[in-house]
Design a binder for this molecule. Structure first.
Ligand code: ADP
Ligand code: MG
Length: 255
């Protein structure tokens, strides 16, 4: 059992428009403490906007977001972000800083002077060798870079981890390995995790709960097992059809 459990997150009637584009349309959602939620949906459906509402990279036009019942706008954003790890869409490491500096950036902002021991601990947590600390991001493989991104997100020991298509650019083997590593960290650290992905198979295999977004709304909300049984509604089933068909086709090859 983990020593702690991450916080519960709630969105209440949250809307956000960018000009004429409605990115989020009256979304209400509660995410249970300690759960691993996947957010799937087509490009432009509002996944990143929803994620960024939680750590205030985007502010709602309407509605409220709370963490363990406290409004996220009740304190300064930098204090909030210490409690919320964030793994960026795309690369996200600073190219001119070495790995140790990249990992320690949140600690520096929080006022820590000597972060070497914590960096070593974080590298171990994400299964990277200690000597990676002195390397520059362009001296790492894609998978190693994403591990550094996860280490950086966990540096301030947040209870909550937000990930925006964290494995998008990786080959399938590395992607699978890293996905399982993140799930293991989630379980071990007792995090509340929200992961955006456009890969329904990844969502089904890693998450406790899958939310499907379409045009700024949540149109499906179900557990992976229910989705695999054909439940969850037509929008979810449309996304699940491809991986299920592939799984069946692979199974058929064995016969
Ligand atoms: P997703 O992550 O699902 O691809 P986003 O949340 O990034 O979707 O975007 C939802 C919609 O809002 C899209 O139409 C996108 O173009 C628009 N959008 C997002 N951020 C901005 C922004 N900063 N300025 C203008 N439009 C934006
Ligand atoms: Mg996005």
């Amino acid at each position: 059992m983990p020593a702690q459990t991450g916080p519960a997150i709630a969105l209440s009637d949250v809307s956000k428009a960018f000009g004429a584009t409605i990115a989020l349309d009256s979304v209400s959602l509660t995410i249970a403490a300690g759960s691993f939620v996947a957010l799937v949906g087509q490009s432009g459906s509002g996944k990143s906007t929803l994620l960024k509402m939680i750590n205030r990279l985007v502010e709602p036009d309407h509605g409220s977001v709370t963490i363990d019942g406290a409004p996220v706008d009740g304190a300064a954003p930098h204090l909030l972000r210490r409690r919320i790890g964030y793994v960026f869409q795309s690369i996200g490491l600073f190219p001119h800083m070495n790995v140790a500096e990249n990992i320690a950036i949140g600690l520096r902002i929080a006022g820590a002077r000597d972060s070497d021991a914590r960096v070593a601990e974080l590298l171990m947590l994400v299964d990277l060798p200690g000597d990676v600390a002195a390397r520059m991001p362009d001296q790492l493989s894609g998978g190693q870079r994403q591990r550094v991104g996860v280490a950086r997100a966990l540096a301030t020991a947040p209870g909550c981890l937000l990930m925006d298509e964290p494995f998008g650019a990786l080959d399938p083997v590395t992607r699978d390995e890293l996905g399982r590593a993140v799930r293991a960290l989630h379980d071990r650290l007792g995090l509340t995790t929200v992961m955006v992905t456009h890969d329904m198979a990844e969502a089904l295999l890693l998450a406790d709960r899958v939310l499907v977004m379409q045009a700024g709304r949540i149109v499906a909300d179900a557990a992976p097992a229910a989705l695999a049984r054909g439940e969850g509604g037509p929008e979810a089933q449309a996304l699940i059809a491809v991986p299920m068909r592939q799984a069946d086709a692979l199974e058929a090859l064995k016969a």
